[in-house]
Write a protein that binds this ligand. Sequence first.
Ligand SMILES: [Zn+2]
Length: 453
Amino acid sequence: MRPKFSLDYYPAPPESASIESASREFLQETQEARLRALLRRAWERVPFYRQRWESAGLRPEGIHTLRELELLPVVGRKDFEESLRLHPPFGNYQGDFDAVRVQTSSGTSGKPKPFFQTQNDWDVVANFWARRFHAQGVRPGEIVQIVFAYSLFIAGFTATEGAMRLGSLVVPAGSGAITASERQVRILKEWGTQVLVGTPTYVLHLADVAEKMGLDTRRDFSLRRTIHTAEPLSEPARKAIEDRWKVTAYDSFGSVETGAPTFECEYQDGYHINEDGYLFEILDPESLRPLPDGEEGLVAVTSLFKEASPVIRYNLEDVSSFLPGPCRCGRTFRRLAKVRGRASEMLKIRGAVFYPTMVETALEKIPELTREYLLVVDRVGQLDCVTLQVECRSEEGNTPLLKSRVEKELRATTGLSIEARLFGPGELARALQVAERVKSKRILDRRGEGHVS
Ligand SMILES: [Zn+2]
């Protein structure tokens, strides 16, 4: 049977089951119809795209198929920044729509950028969040505590809407800046929260807080799963969360610009793409041409459903590839491999490529440390000097012996000589404002500042 189709139908569970397992032919047909509608809308109502396409001599009528999408120019973070500079305060990429709210990007790379949402946009993203929760095992009636910051950053709000749509009971606790971490822990325990939704950093921080309160994180709580997005969930962080809270931890990949494009299913093997709402491409980092399936490159996204501020061939600067073959869960939505890191967060240290999350693999091997860390990169003379600030679980543990163990482990894992600087319990978490920030900051690259410490 063919799933129901209309241009504005993006169902939540349980109705979404038929589109999530539709045939590839039906999905492609749906995507092409929606792409044509999107290009028409953008041409008529979003000057940001119309100007670009006009100067490339393109018109939307010339593009009918997914294959022809590559005729359109790729846009990037810098294009949106330029639009904001030329057309303050909102840029010319929002388009002429009845928008009902504005959320901003988190500003981890560059200044936070505003993105408008119409009511339709908002409803579709909420449905996509409901699909995430459902695929990750959340069911109606379960208690879902959301500890994302409720702010200009979108995830807290859309996660809340999605969980409500699914019929869960939402506890909108917000970050530690709104509900103090000790209170969060008491709510988790006393109200019997089953699902905790937040950044990996804050969910791990709550485990530290619970232990300090004398609680046993594996026995004193009803938690069954934790659900993450906004920050990369590295495999060491996933393992730490699962061990410490005795839960299954799920990741999803998305952003303010795109909404909720992907989700892990119960098999935790790559991110399924909500293909009725999004087109994903993997681009060659040099030429920005699409790469064959399976090859690794830069992720570009087109939001098919979006009215206000749609993204069309938007280069996210994240490095990934498509996973081959069908998933064991039965969904036909294609999967994206675990994102290897933002191209913009990739560091070159002494000429070698280095992703900061690599240090987490080293930290995993040292139980005397918490998961807090800050990587500081300086240039001394001609040489890159890397220091890793880490935090001890106890004052007594802060010894020169531990310092040399950490440095040895870092050398073994990363191949780099990195100096370790140990902090006392809670010191680094406070300095990094783990409880308050929307996302954690893990890198301080001072090489461009002529700074020598
Ligand atoms: Zn699956």
